[in-house]
Write a protein that binds this ligand. Structure first.
Ligand SMILES: *Cc1c(COP(=O)(O)O)cnc(C)c1O
Length: 464
């Protein structure tokens, strides 16, 4: 049997192989055909009795499929029907059209990234957003880097290392992707001094821990967990004052920093960046992400005292953490939306999604359910649910939303929720929902009206 497998050379001359070489690179076609031959050989050795027809689509069909799969973009658009507005695995914040235009303008050609158009001399990339950030947050100075993790690392390296940094035991956070505060501090070259207990830390705990090597008090936002009950942390105002009195820097890592009061979306109050800057006081620094509640691109933002920011700007490793021009362009455009006359709740997609009221979501859900119900084998219902903010912000809190639940019968058999979810992920664009009471549920809060035809197509594809 094995001897009847044709030589690769001979297969390459067949019309099917020739056609493959017109659609794909010849090298790739050769590798794929060789892999398919190896598969046939393996199956024969495992006891299979018949050979495929090497001249037909029976043999070449799978080869073409694997080549097509390999050519398909890996990073691609998906439809987020999870209702998690800042879904870290789905790319966090979608950008506003203004931010996309800015990326286009900066990236398609050349830009004054590090060129001062007034003097005609070398400029700095950091200048493009510094004044804007100062106006929006009330800070004296600002710096942007690659992400918030980089901002924290840079602050520690420039202002604490090799000295000590004091952190409350209730705030030794781990953020998704293994960003662990104790480990980041160790990597920065600073020494961690833990104070207090998991649930309670007092101002005196910080004060008692200050020694000759202490350089910084670091407060971090417990983004993805909450300590409830008998729990307390000192006020940031008091921490800022203590730091100033003792000649230390006070840094607050906010993570998902917001410029707007979240209470207007029915969410619990989160201190805004402006509040943290004001309460931290002179010389304090606040770090936050560009792509969490701010609703911009991946970036890490540091705002606060001018002397402290100047030391970050002078650090030799800033270069390794710097923001790229695409993100910078998108960040500037996003920040400008907060200064525009139109409220940011309407122009920044993340805020718009959080601000949308349930009746408006329910109307879109009914429209979607109606269109989906016209597909053969599909039954839909709408029901109430809760959308989450996500992105390591406001754990355990959400906003009321409307879900579309799906029941699909295929060849007379009901698809399980897991099977349907997998089929929806296999479509392009993939549709990512969640599973509620053993049913696939699409949370329409994070689904735009323009996504509806793609969802209908995907569900149709999943049923086919
Ligand atoms: C999310 C988060 C970070 C990391 O932010 P990235 O922008 O993802 O690097 C750091 N600290 C806190 C408190 C966070 O919530």
């Amino acid at each position: 049997m094995l001897a009847r497998i044709p030589q690769l050379q001979r297969l390459m001359e067949t019309p099917h192989a020739q056609a493959l070489c017109r659609s794909f690179r010849r090298e790739d076609a050769v590798v794929a055909i060789r892999r398919e031959i190896a598969g046939v050989r393996r199956r024969l050795l495992a006891g299979q009795r018949d050979l495929p027809d090497f001249l037909s689509a029976e043999f070449f069909g799978p080869v073409r499929e694997s080549l097509a799969r390999q050519q398909r973009a890996s990073l691609s658009r998906v439809i987020n029907a999870t209702g998690v507005v800042l879904h870290t695995n789905l790319g966090r914040a979608p950008l506003a059209p203004e931010a996309l235009d800015a990326i286009d303008a900066a990236a398609a050609g050349y830009a004054n990234l590090e060129f001062d158009l007034d003097s005609g001399e070398r400029g700095t990339r950091y200048a493009h957003v510094e004044a804007l950030l100062c106006r929006l947050t009330g800070a004296e100075a600002a710096l942007v880097v690659n992400n918030c993790a980089a901002a924290v690392l840079l602050a520690l390296m420039a202002l604490a290392a090799p000295g000590e940094v004091i952190v409350s035991r209730g705030e030794l956070i781990e953020i998704g992707g293994a960003f662990r505060m104790p480990e980041v501090i160790a990597q920065s070259g600073a020494r961690l001094v833990e104070v207090g207990a998991t649930n309670k830390t007092r101002l005196a705990d910080y004060a008692d821990a200050i020694g000759p090597d202490t350089r910084m008090i670091l407060k971090s936002h417990p983004s993805n967990y909450r300590i409830v009950g008998f729990a307390a942390q000192p006020e940031r105002r008091a921490l800022g004052e203590l730091a100033r009195e003792r000649g230390l820097v006070f840094v607050e890592d906010l993570g998902s920093g917001t410029l707007v009061d979240l209470r207007r979306f029915g969410l619990p109050h989160e201190p805004t960046v402006q509040e943290c800057v004001a309460e931290g006081g002179a010389g304090a620094l606040v770090t936050f992400s560009g792509d969490k509640l701010l609703g911009g691109p991946q970036a890490g933002i540091v705002v606060g005292g001018a002397a402290e920011v100047a030391r970050l700007k002078a650090h030799p490793l800033l270069r390794a953490l710097r923001i790229d021009k695409l993100s910078l362009a998108a960040l500037e455009a996003t920040l400008r939306l907060y200064e525009a006359p139109e409220p940011a709740d309407r122009s920044v997609p993340v805020l718009r999604m959080l601000a949308e009221e349930r009746p408006s979501i329910a109307r879109r859900a009914r429209r979607l359910a109606k269109r989906l119900s016209s597909l053969p084998g599909v039954r839909c219902a709408t029901r109430d649910g809760t959308s989450l903010v996500g992105g390591g912000s406001l754990p355990g809190t959400g906003v009321p939303t409307c879900l579309v639940t799906l029941d699909v019968v295929r060849d007379g058999v009901a698809l399980s929720a897991d099977d349907l979810a997998r089929r929806l992920r296999a479509q392009r664009p993939a549709v990512i929902g969640r599973i509620v009471d053993d049913r696939v549920a699409l949370d329409v809060r994070t689904v735009a009206a323009r996504d509806l035809p793609d969802i209908v197509r995907a569900v149709g594809g999943a049923c086919a």
